[in-house]
Design a binder for this molecule. Structure first.
Ligand SMILES: CC(C)(COP(=O)(O)OP(=O)(O)OC[C@H]1O[C@@H](n2cnc3c(N)ncnc32)[C@H](O)[C@@H]1OP(=O)(O)O)[C@@H](O)C(=O)NCCC(=O)NCCS
Length: 187
């Protein structure tokens, strides 16, 4: 696969104009990620408030080496099955159309996984995507997510109820030498 070099960084003020595309041009998010026009002022307000980091959903820029904004990744705490707060995050990603199909989506999500396991106590990261979104399913599989099942008729997108697929990846076990052995604490 060609060059997949991206960084994750906080959203900068200069990115806001480019992000407006997400709110005004449905073709950027269709067919899997368009839920209708949002409040056109809310993105600037959120950036003024906390730069998209601080409350859910949190958002980071997917940046090219020259700082071009290629897309965004996001995450929010979820508590499936009544789990403890902070034990599970749901992640998302969107690249602008001109940056797709070059490995950047896989790489951006791989960086997000590393970041969340390094900076939070999450044990589980999950991602939910349209059953027909093969690019996202493949990207998740490439970075170690496992397909757990189909949620039928759960999202209303583009005028119809859609099936969504649940993927998840668990926090890697610590290396064997870091775990207490059977004789730990003896002698
Ligand atoms: C989904 C998305 C993040 C994937 O990122 P990407 O950079 O385009 O994908 P990658 O180049 O990393 O490719 C990942 C895999 O999907 C495959 N793929 C890419 N486009 C595909 C398509 N249209 N159909 C089927 N497979 C596709 C690639 O060949 C690659 O598989 P491989 O490892 O076997 O070669 C990106 O396309 C995107 O932002 N789409 C719009 C928003 C979206 O759908 N977000 C996810 C919502 S949950």
């Amino acid at each position: 696969m060609p060059d997949a070099s991206v960084v994750l960084r906080p959203i900068e003020e200069a990115d806001l104009g480019r992000l407006r595309r997400l709110d005004t041009d449905p073709s950027v998010s269709e067919p899997f990620d368009w839920y209708g026009f949002p409040n056109p002022h809310s993105r600037r307000r959120r950036w003024d408030e906390d730069g998209f980091i601080g409350r859910d959903p949190c958002v980071l820029a997917v940046g090219l080496p020259d700082r071009t904004l290629a897309g965004v990744v996001s995450w929010r705490a979820v508590r499936p099955g009544g789990g403890v707060e902070g034990g599970c995050f749901e992640i998302g990603v969107l690249l602008f159309p001109e940056h797709r199909g070059r490995g950047l989506g896989s790489e951006a999500q791989r960086l997000l996984v590393d970041y969340l396991f390094a900076t939070t106590l999450a044990n589980r990261l999950q991602a939910v995507t349209d059953a027909e979104n093969l690019a996202e399913q493949r990207a998740l599989e490439r970075i170690g997510f496992e397909r757990e099942g189909v949620m039928r008729g759960v999202a209303f997108i583009g005028g119809s109820w859609r099936d969504m697929v649940m993927y998840a990846r668990l926090r890697p076990a610590p290396p064997a030498e870091a775990q207490p052995g059977p004789n730990a604490g003896i002698g």
